[in-house]
Write a protein that binds this ligand. Sequence first.
Ligand code: SF4
Ligand code: SF4
Length: 380
Amino acid sequence: MSVAPVAPAIAPPGPPLWLLAEVTYRCPLHCVFCYNPLDFAQTGRGEELSTADWLRVLREARALGAVQCGFSGGEPLMRDDLEELIAEAHRLGYYTNLLTSGVGLTRERATALKAAGLDHVQLSFQDSTRELNDFLSHTKTFALKQEVGEIIKSHGWPMVMNVVIHRLNIDHIDRIIAMADALGAEYMELANSQYYSWAHLNRDHLLPTSAQIRRAEAVTDAWREKVADRMKLFFVAPDYHEGKPKKCMNGWGNVFLTVTPDGTALPCHTARMLPGLAFPNVREHDVRHIWLESEGFNRYRGTGWMKGACVTCPDKEKDLGGCRCQAFLLAGDPAATDPVCPKSDRHGVVQAAVAAADAGEVPARPLVFRDPKASRALSG
Ligand code: SF4
Ligand code: SF4
C-alpha cells in the first residue's frame, strides 16, 4: 500500500510582536521616497478606521502577544484621536512609538502625548540643509523640524532621528550627523532608501553610486568613534549594492503586523501590491484569525513556497529568500528569488541599475512627488 506524501508541517507562528498602526495616509509632506503605496489616494478620509476600530485592534493584537506598537502613517498627528489611541496602547502595556515628520507636534500636543504614556518619538528629516529638506518634501518644514527636535528633548523622550539616505543627500552625511548631534539625538538612523512605492518610481534619481556609499560608510564610522559616548549611529546599507538579500521584516508573518488606514492587515507595509493575494481586513476578521489563519499571512511563511535558486540554497533559513515585494517589482513574480541575490536569474536587473547610477545616468523623467493628484494619476 502506498502512503501519500505528507506536506512538511509549518511550525505555528509566534506572536505578532510588532504592531504597526498606519493610522492615516494623510500627510502634509510629499516625499519623493515615500513608502506609502502609489495608490494611497484611493483610500479616502471616509474609509479610515474609526477610533473604536483601532481600540479593538490594539486590544486584539495585545491579547495575541504584541508588545510594541508603532503609530505611523502618513502623518499620524493628522488624527485627532492619536492621544486616545496611545493612552489605550499604554494602558494595555505596549511600548509605544510615534513615527512622525514633526508636522503637528506642537508643545501642547507633545504634553498631551506624554501624559497619554507615549514612550518614544522618531523624528524624520530629509536633509541637513533647508534647501534640500524642503525640496525633497516639497514643503517648508526644515525650521519647524528643528523646533520639534527641541520639543522632543524637553519632554524627556529619547531623541531618535531618522534620515532616508539616497543619491541626492548622501554626500551631506557628515552634516546630517553633525545636525543630529547638535540637536542632542541619542539615536540616528541613516536608512538607505528601500526601493518600493514612491522610491521605486523615482529609483533612478535616488540610487546612490557605489563610491558614494563607500564614502558615507567611512564618514559614519569616523563619527561613531567621535560620538560613542552620546549617540548610537545606525547605517542601514542598501541591498542593491550589497548583493545580499535581507530577511525582510524578519520573515513573512513572523513578527510584524501592519494595519493600514482602511483596516487592511499586511505582513509588511508594501505587501498590498502583490498580485493574487487577498489580504484580510480588521473590519471583517479579528487579529487572531488574520495572523494565524489568513491566506495573506500564511502564503510566504517558512520556506515551502520557494522556487528557483532558493530551494536548495544553504542560506534559505537565514534570509528566507529575501523580499517578496522586491521579487515582484523586479522579477514580476512574488515567489521568485529576490533579484538582489547574485544567485537570482534576474540579478542583472539590479546590476544594471547600480551600473547606471555609477555611470551618473539621470533619467529624463523628473522626480515624482508623493501627493494625492500624482497618486490618482498613477493608479488610473
Ligand atoms: S515619507 Fe514623507 S510623505 Fe511619506 S508619509 Fe512620511 S513624511 Fe509623509
Ligand atoms: S538563493 Fe535565495 S535563499 Fe539563497 S541567498 Fe539567494 S535569496 Fe537567499
